[in-house]
Every structure is written in C-alpha cells, then in structure tokens.
Design a protein around this ligand. Structure first.
Ligand code: CU
Ligand code: ZN
Length: 532
C-alpha cells in the first residue's frame, strides 16, 4: 500500500522524453513507482487525461526574504513551482553583516520581520523553523558580499576587503550554497571590475558552484556584457548562467541572435554556458534604477539626499537624456510612457501603482523627470517598476534555444498582505503556465516535453540537484499534475494577482501543497544544500 498513487496520467518525466501513460506512486518523501501499474495507495488521484511532471524549478527567483513573509509562496506554488533558486542578481539574504545587514534589516522591518540570522546556515534554520511550502536553492550574491565587506562605496576593494569577500563566499559554499550571482547594473555590484568578480567567483568555483549573472548591460552593450560573463567563467573556472537573457531597447532588438551565437561558440570552446528567460516583453526592477549608478554610492539615504538637490536633478536629467558610458539607462531605452510604477509605501501615493511615470506626472501636473525625482524622494527610493522594452521575437528566440531554460525573475507573493495593493509584474503569477500554454501549446514553439524539461530536468541538472527535476523511483517526490489542454496564465499587467488555470495538484517532498485551486497550508519545503 503506497502513501499516494497518481493513476493513469501522461507522465512527462522531466528528461525531455515524450509523455507516456502510467502511474506514479509516492511513499514518504520519495517517488517509489514511475510508469507502469502501481499497487494501491492510501490516497488515489485519478489523473487520466492529465499531465504528470516533476515540480517546476524556478532557477531565477527573488523569494529570499519574501519566503519569510509569504511562506506559502502562492504566486509560485499555484503555477506548479516546487523549488526556487534564490540569491539572484547579486542580492542574497545572507551574509547579513555591515551595510548588507543595515539594508536588509530596514527592508525586512518594514514588513514585520526581524532579521535574526547572519549566515546561510542561520538563514536555513530560521526559514525551516517558520516553515516554507517550496524548496529553496540558495546562491550567495556578490552585491550583498560587497556591501558586507566594504559598504556601498563606488571604488575598488582593498586587498583585505577582497580577501574578506572571498572568505564570505567560502563560508556560504561550506554552508551548501549553489554558487555566486552578480547584479552588475545594481549598486554596489555595478562598482566592481571584471577582475574583482573573477576573484570573488574563485572560491565558488573551488567548491563546485556555478556563476549566475545579471549582466552589466542588456541593451547597447549586450554583447560585451555576455563576453564579460564568459570571461568570468573561463578565468574563475566555473559554469555560467546568463540570467533573464534579453535585448532591451528597440535599437537592440534582434541582437539576441548574436548573443546566442556567442553562447554557442563558448560552449563549442568547452565552457559550460546556459541561461534563463521569463516569457514576457517587459522587465521589472526597482524604480530607482532609472537614476544613474554613481548617485547610489553611499546607499539609499545618500541617493535620496542627491535627489533633493536642484543641481543634481539637472545633472540626472542630462545624463538620463544623453546616456552615460557603461550605465544601463532604462528611461532612455523605454521612455516614460513604457515605465509602470508597481508599488509604493506611502498612503499619499497609493494611487500610483499601475500608472506609467508619464501618467503619474500628468496627474500631478509635473514634468516626468520632476515627478520621478519627487516620487523617489517621497517613497525613499522603494518603489518597483515594470519596463516595456523587449521584442516578442527575441523572447521566442531565447525560449527556443537549447541552452536556455525558464526562470521567473519574481518572488513568491500572494494577493494579500504587503503586496496586495502593489501591481507586480505578471511573471510572478504566470511564468510557467505561460510557457506551457501560450508558447508551447498555442504557438507551437516547442513540444510539451521540451517545455517541461526547460523547467524541471534542465535547471535541476544546472544546479547539480541529482534527486530533483525528474520523475524516477528513488528521487524526491516533487510533482505537478496539470491539464495540458487548459493550462494558461491569467495574470496581466493591469490585474497581476491572478492565479493561472489548469494546475491541479502540486506536491513537495511527498506532501500536497496545492489542490482544488487552493494552497493546503502545508509547508514541507527545505533550504537545500548543493550536492557535490
Ligand atoms: Cu533577478
Ligand atoms: Zn536581474
């Protein structure tokens, strides 16, 4: 008698093999039968006509601290996500030391969470003590390590500071981190040189980790930035994952052909380079990213002070209109008509989420630059934004490429609590069903088994997670049952807090976390360790 039997579904095992009909049985936290006919179960699920696949693995997530606020991660789990790789874009929830601690704890305090931990080991203990629905695969962020070792300074590290950064990476790798990430457009990561990144990546390489990067540029200098990531992989000696691969800005549409060719060449030359993509033509990040990088030196307080000065405002406007060499200029790439404000913290500005910067300016009777600067001051640089800047043809090219997998670039949120009034990017709720439904089924971009592989077996292999991402006897029981005929994303930019359809059951470590269009409240997730 098995604990649970999922009977008669079409099994997509996560390897890319086409589906075949059969039973799946679970005992405890493990899969015990996959395919063929299983013995009876204490619980039996009729999955005839449904697809049964491994739980989806979101290789690009930002649920680090959010996992403590939304432990059920409804926006992710309702999509079928069972594991999230966190610590992306250079920003991790550990080590919380120095200015990294100040930044994280003020943000967390605003959401009612005490940052009791410092290291990855302590973070793991805290997350698991509170409970979490999904598994988390933690990476250490270079930006966090840099803030911990040398604050938010716009300069190169001293030899001692660099050694300290390496020591912090070594400690996290010893605690089971999966590798190092960078966010080379964000302060303080943007103040680093290639040499620094190579040096900080070395201890991650030595411990068998991988390097995942939000490139230094995803627009005019995309190809240089891809080349830089490849150089980090070559010189530090570790596999490279290009995060949320895209070409931003109309002038750069189509450059994805060249960037994918560069990735192919690097692979042909023996380096292991892959990437991920979210299936949308808008990006999303902090609204303050519209302000030139130099102005973030010293941290958020210093940025807000600079935003108050009329002389500095004049300089920002000039630099944003003309561009600055080496700086990712979203306002210029997209235009204020294509930048949506997604969240605010003050009551006074509660009407802003969902408006473009241009609309917000018109409503306030202001010029868009002045409106932007004022909003950033009033909100202490905390708002988020959605930026329309990609071409769907490029999104399709990346999705279809054999070295590219699916990642949401979102955190696990829910339609209640602190995010209820925000308008997060719909990728938070729709990424995986959108690939399965809109791209694979409706547009015929790839067979269903390939789409499933890009969100299960492929990312699991990337992370070195030997016992997840596939359905096979003996592996961890992370499972999704979905209806391939109806699976679809429902979240939109205007109405993002909408769960997808067609995801019928989600199982993590042998326990049902989603059933009947609702979370069960169970929290069987673990903070995973890199297996070597
Ligand atoms: Cu990211
Ligand atoms: Zn990023």
């Amino acid at each position: 008698m098995h604990d649970l039997v999922i009977r008669g579904g079409t099994i997509f095992d996560g390897t890319g093999r086409p589906g075949r009909e059969g039973d799946v049985a679970v005992d405890g936290v493990r899969l015990t039968t996959v395919g063929g006919k299983a013995a009876r179960g204490r619980r039996e699920i009729d999955a005839r006509g449904k697809a049964v696949s491994p739980g989806f693995l979101d290789i690009h997530s930002h649920s680090d601290s959010v996992a403590l606020i939304y432990p059920l991660a409804e926006s992710k789990t309702r999509q079928g996500v069972t594991t999230e790789a966190i610590g992306n874009c250079g920003n991790s929830a550990f080590p919380l030391l120095g200015q990294a601690r100040d930044r994280a704890s003020s943000m967390m305090k605003a959401m009612g969470i005490d940052t009791s931990w410092t290291t990855l080991g302590e973070y793991r203990t805290e997350v698991e003590r509170r409970g979490v629905a999904v598994n988390l695969a933690p990476f250490i962020g270079h930006g966090t390590v840099r803030a911990a070792a040398m604050g938010m300074d716009d300069r190169a590290p001293t030899a001692d500071e660099l050694a300290r950064m390496q020591e912090l990476v070594t400690q996290a790798m010893d605690d089971g981190a999966f590798g190092l990430t960078t966010g080379l457009i964000y302060p303080p990561g943007c103040y680093s040189s290639l040499e620094e990144v190579v040096a900080v990546a070395r201890p991650a390489a030595a411990a068998g980790g991988i390097y995942m990067s939000h490139l230094r540029n995803e627009s005019d200098r995309l190809l240089d930035a891809v080349d830089e990531a490849i150089q980090v992989g070559r010189r530090a000696g570790l596999p490279v994952q290009i995060s949320h691969h895209k070409a931003a800005g109309r002038d750069n549409w189509g450059k994805i052909r060249d960037s994918l060719a560069a990735i192919d060449r690097a692979n042909a030359g023996g380096l292991d380079v892959t990437g991920d993509v979210y299936p949308y033509t808008a990006g999303s990040t902090s609204l303050a990213t519209l302000i030139p990088a130099w102005a973030h030196a010293g941290g958020t307080g210093a940025l807000v002070e600079r935003l108050k000065s009329p002389e500095t405002r004049a300089r920002f406007r000039r630099e944003m209109e003309e561009g600055l060499p080496g700086w990712e200029n979203f306002a210029k790439q997209a235009g204020f008509d294509n930048v949506l404000i997604t969240s605010v913290k003050t009551e006074k500005n509660a009407g802003l989420p969902g408006l473009t910067v241009a609309q917000a300016a018109a409503r306030r009777g202001q010029d868009p630059y002045e409106a932007l600067f004022d909003i950033l001051v009033e909100e202490e640089a905390t708002p988020g934004m959605v930026v329309f800047m990609m071409d769907e043809a490029d999104v399709v090219r990346v999705l279809a490429h054999p070295k590219m997998m699916v990642g949401s670039d979102a955190s696990g949120v829910a339609p209640y609590g602190p995010m209820a009034r925000a308008k997060p990017h719909p990728r938070a709720y729709g990424t995986f069903p959108r690939v399965l439904g809109y791209f694979a089924r409706d547009k015929g971009l790839m067979p269903l088994e390939t789409a499933v592989w890009k969100m299960t077996g492929f990312p699991a292999e990337r992370l070195g997670l030997a016992d997840r991402g596939r359905l096979a006897a003996g592996l961890a029981a992370d499972i999704v049952v979905f209806d391939p005929a109806t699976v679809a994303d429902k979240a939109t930019y205007a109405d993002p807090h909408r769960f997808p359809q067609g995801i019928e059951m989600v199982i993590v470590n042998g326990q049902v976390i989603v059933e009947g269009n609702a979370n069960t409240g169970t929290k069987p997730g673990k903070v995973l360790r890199r297996s070597r």
